[in-house]
Write a protein that binds this ligand. Structure first.
Ligand code: NDP
Length: 399
């Protein structure tokens, strides 16, 4: 039995906390700690009364000393970081100082540069090894389950994987003209950046949203998919031996893209600070403040997500294609944990990753991406805790 410190109290944190409470035999006690205490307390009040003890704390996770001090008081076995990517390094520093295992769902991004890559966190490998603690990076859905799917395909279905297409489709409708399904600032930074894909040992950049095709998804139908850069390309290119091409695709509706284009054209997606009535503000942060809170979309969202990977390679000397995916229903997620499917598909794998470490199945000193571990126990837990896999051995292939 273990104690987990959950940092963040947004959409994903809410799901992680609910899911931990569904597994009291592992999570004996959780503490929800975030910048706004009232959000932590609201979650605590919702979850109190079950077998898992729940507490709430105010925490500024940009302040390493504050994180160290809370870890020393609560004494968790693991820190589950579901705040924002900006806090990854301060929280990792606090885990090092207190010799506590660490997990997150998104790689570090500096606040003032829209650039995300693993280098900053991979630089902690030696220090985590020496401290004898585990850091599991990117244990959400994408990154996260997509990496576990890759390890599973490699272990059970292929001798060699040559191409990976990661397909992330959201056919949910929340009824707002424009809203993002997870943190708007992080989401818009990701989409307005250049796209890129991995081919033959290098990354090839594309103009933002310039590569598009249609794909007919099982259970949700035909959608436009756009090529984006995504963090798991970086780790899969290293960890899936022999892979030649990896691409990441996400669906967007025309309505969403039109709103985004207008916001971009008027300067609202910029991360450069500007003077406004005597103080400095960052337009994108102001935009986040006026957009609907992703944590509030759950009650309004209908429809399904379909996220998965198509692999092409060889098995026993013959070409083989394999599609593995999960379909998740927004309304069912809301009924179960009070959130929409994007937070759900991220929060469930975060809980499972923590469970893998706490039960010793994925426990080893160092800094790791999910595809570096045995995928089987994680895959079994996905089936058990709400994200069952679907498989297709004759998929339609993206162009
Ligand atoms: P939200 O914006 O809903 O929640 C973020 C939370 O972090 C908020 O409670 C916020 O506090 C808190 N926070 C921000 N700064 C600090 C700080 N300095 N100290 C303490 N707490 C802080 O985001 P989501 O829940 O949608 O996303 C959480 C994470 O999950 C993000 O990193 C996102 O990139 C990642 N993600 C990963 C996915 C995957 O599949 N791998 C998919 C979707 C999201 P406050 O309430 O005060 O603002």
């Amino acid at each position: 039995m273990a104690k987990a410190l959950i940092i963040g109290a947004g959409g994903v944190a809410g799901v992680v906390a609910h899911k931990c409470c569904q597994v009291p035999e592992v999570f004996e006690e959780i503490c929800i700690a975030s910048r706004t205490l009232s959000k932590c307390e609201a979650l605590r009040d919702k979850l109190q009364g079950g077998k898992t003890a729940v507490s709430a704390e105010r925490l500024d996770a940009d302040d390493t000393d504050a994180v160290i001090s809370l870890i020393q008081r609560f004494n968790p076995d693991i820190v589950i970081n579901v705040a924002l990517p900006y806090q990854d390094l301060t929280i990792m520093d606090a885990c090092l100082a207190t010799k506590t295992d660490y997990l997150d769902t998104a790689n570090y991004e500096p606040l003032d540069t829209a650039k995300f890559e693993y280098k900053w966190q991979w630089d902690y490998r030696e220090r985590f090894e020496q401290a004898g603690i585990t850091a599991l990076l990117g244990s959400g859905f994408d990154p996260g389950v997509t990496g576990v799917y890759a390890a599973y395909a490699q272990k059970h279905h292929f001798d060699e994987i040559h191409e990976i297409d990661i397909l992330d489709a959201n056919a949910g409708d929340h009824g707002y003209p424009f809203a993002t399904n997870f943190n708007p600032e992080i989401n818009i930074r990701e989409i307005t950046a250049n796209g890129s894909y991995y081919q033959d040992g290098r990354f090839i950049e594309t103009e933002p949203m310039s590569v598009m095709q249609s794909y007919d998804f099982p259970q949700i139908g035909k959608k436009d998919i756009y090529l984006l850069h995504h963090e798991e390309l970086e780790s899969l290119a290293i960890n899936i031996k022999g892979v030649k091409r990896i691409r990441f695709w996400m669906t967007f509706s025309q309505k969403y893209l039109t709103h985004l284009k207008v916001l971009e054209n008027v300067g609202m997606t910029s991360i450069e600070p500007i003077d406004f009535e005597g103080r400095q503000i960052v337009p994108l942060q102001f935009l986040k403040a006026v957009l609907p809170d992703p944590a509030s979309l759950g009650a309004r969202t209908k429809g399904k997500t379909n996220i998965g990977c198509i692999f092409r390679g060889t098995k026993d000397g013959r070409p083989k294609n394999y599609y593995i995916y999960n379909v998740c229903d927004h309304e069912e997620c809301y009924r179960e944990v009070g959130s929409q499917a994007i937070s759900y598909t991220t929060g469930v794998p975060a809980m499972i990753g923590a469970m893998m470490i706490l039960t010793g199945k994925w426990k080893k000193p160092g800094v790791f991406n999910v595809e570096e571990f045995d995928p089987d126990p994680f895959m079994a837990a996905l089936d058990q805790y709400g994200l069952p896999k679907q498989e297709c051995f004759d998929p339609k292939l993206p162009e």
